[in-house]
Design a protein around this ligand. Structure first.
Ligand code: GLN
Length: 483
């Protein structure tokens, strides 16, 4: 049963082959048995899950239907869940029970999804390895000595290990697509403003976007359908109608223009990954796509710009965690300054502290123009590059990451080495564009992802291309040994 995709679960529930309650019990038992190896969950919500599963079964018995009605999922632990710990992977929020549900959580619950738990993540979503969590590192089910990617590494590891069919994630600079690539999943970062950020604990507000992680594009379509839509509570949410994503899957790729940026195949890319990406290009060509080399000339400036903008926004967003308004409070403060200093010093881990310091520095008087303003200008140039490219092509294709997963701890002493892993993903966040990563093969037994980018609000096009690719390849069906 644990091998079923969301689409298969929906059919099984509709055909009364099993109930949501039965399925939920099977998956909860599987999590209890296997998750100790992975550490992919921070909290399990067994009681809530069983209540929601029974309610979904009752709704089906009453004639209701829907692809998510009774479907088991989990939420990255930065989506607020009412009455349930929402830790953001941090000691700072270790005992924070959110007083309300995030819009994404509420929408999925209303659609009948069953929440099995809250998944592990890099602290405050900062990282590419899921090693900065207060709750310990997450292991990659493809090799337990390797990282699963981050920051949505718990969601990715859990779905890849077939502990559940799909989960939510968030992507500020690649945190859905990069762990999807490293664990052989399909992950989609929607257009900025497509999915509500209300109740999603902020890292860098102008870049953060929630989205689905699943095994197939078909399942990403189902989960995205439940997440997307205008939300008056989020001032950056965009009031655009949500198309039927599942209906977009079957379009023909005949004549689809795919742009392959030459800058994506520069020195930093593992040549074995380059080969796999070229194979996926050939596969899409067989399906009728037309390939064109394009250029994104400002790509080289993306990482420096991102690592100014994201920490700057983080330093502002995280100022509310001061032991007074929100978060951990130190023992026996001698005065207010001591309370602030020790609460933040003890509550935040080293990576978060590093980002706050970088961000506060970039925003400080005298440096703002030199760093933050400059980075915003680069951001515009990157967006312009994409706009020019999308005049010529329908989709941009390249690797998701320059390397496959690395050994736990291997990049710990060199934060910049980890930052460089985001080189292909962060441009989409800087420009606000939708992006998808899907399985494209293996290097030394570790999964590799191919990334697709599309113009604003063309999530359906990404899912269409990915689905057609998955009908003709079987990388996404491979299961890690032992799971
Ligand atoms: N790895 C990037 C960072 O650490 C992206 C993280 C994310 O997308 N949340 O900032």
């Amino acid at each position: 049963m644990h091998q079923l995709t969301l689409a298969e679960i929906a059919r099984g529930l509709a055909d009364k082959k099993f109930s949501s309650e039965e399925l939920t019990k099977v998956l909860l038992a599987r999590i209890a048995q296997l998750d100790p190896q992975l550490n992919s969950f921070i909290s399990l919500t067994e009681d809530l899950a069983l209540t929601q599963a029974k309610a979904a079964d009752a709704r089906r018995a009453n004639g209701e239907s829907g692809a998510l009605l009774g479907a088991p999922i989990a939420h990255k632990d930065l989506f607020c869940t009412q009455g349930i710990r929402t830790s953001c992977g941090s000691k700072m929020l270790d005992n924070f029970k959110a007083p309300y549900d995030a819009t994404v959580v509420a929408k999925l619950a209303a659609a009948g999804a069953v929440t099995l738990g809250k998944t592990n993540m890099d602290e405050f979503a900062m990282g590419s390895a899921n090693e900065s969590s207060y709750y310990g590192a997450v292991k990659n089910p493809w090799n337990l000595e390797y990282v699963p990617g981050g920051s949505s590494g718990g969601s990715a590891a859990a779905v890849a290990a077939r502990l559940l069919p799909a989960a939510t994630g968030t992507d500020t600079g690649g945190s859905i697509r990069q762990p999807a690539a490293l664990t052989n999943l399909t992950g989609l970062k929607p257009t900025y403003g497509r999915v509500s950020r209300w109740g999603m604990i902020a890292y860098a507000s102008s870049l953060d976007q929630g989205g689905p992680l699943a095994r197939t594009a078909e399942d990403c379509a189902i989960l995205l359908q439940g997440m997307a839509g205008f939300d008056p509570n989020d001032s950056t949410s965009i009031d655009e109608p949500v198309p039927d994503y599942s209906a977009s899957l079957n379009g023909s790729l005949q004549g689809l223009r795919i742009g392959v940026p030459k800058e994506y195949f520069s020195a930093g890319l593992d040549p074995r990954i380059a080969d796999l990406i070229h194979n996926s290009v050939k596969e899409l060509e067989k399906l009728g796509a037309v390939i064109k080399e394009i250029s994104l000339p400002n790509m080289q400036h993306a990482i420096p710009a991102y690592y100014v903008i994201a920490p700057a926004e983080a330093s502002s967003n995280l100022s509310r965690f001061d032991g007074v308004r929100f978060g951990y409070r130190c023992e026996n403060p001698v005065n207010l300054i001591d309370l602030y200093k020790r609460s933040r010093g003890e509550g935040f881990g080293p990576e978060v502290q590093r980002r706050i310091m970088v961000g506060a520095y970039a925003l400080s008087a005298g440096y703002y123009d030199a760093y933050y303003l400059k980075a915003q200008k680069i951001r515009r140039l990157i967006k312009n590059d994409f706009m020019a490219a999308f005049n010529e092509v329908d989709i941009i294709l390249g690797p998701t990451t320059p390397n496959p997963a690395w050994k736990l701890g291997a990049k710990n002493s060199d934060p910049v080495a980890a930052y460089l892993e985001d080189v292909y993903t962060i441009t989409a966040n800087l420009a606000g564009l939708p992006g998808l990563s899907m399985p494209a093969g293996f290097v030394d037994g570790l999964p590799v992802g191919v990334q697709l980018l599309a113009p604003y609000f063309q999530e359906g096009r990404l899912l269409n291309v990915a689905h057609q690719y998955q009908l003709n390849t079987d990388w996404h069906t491979r299961t890690p040994q032992g799971f």
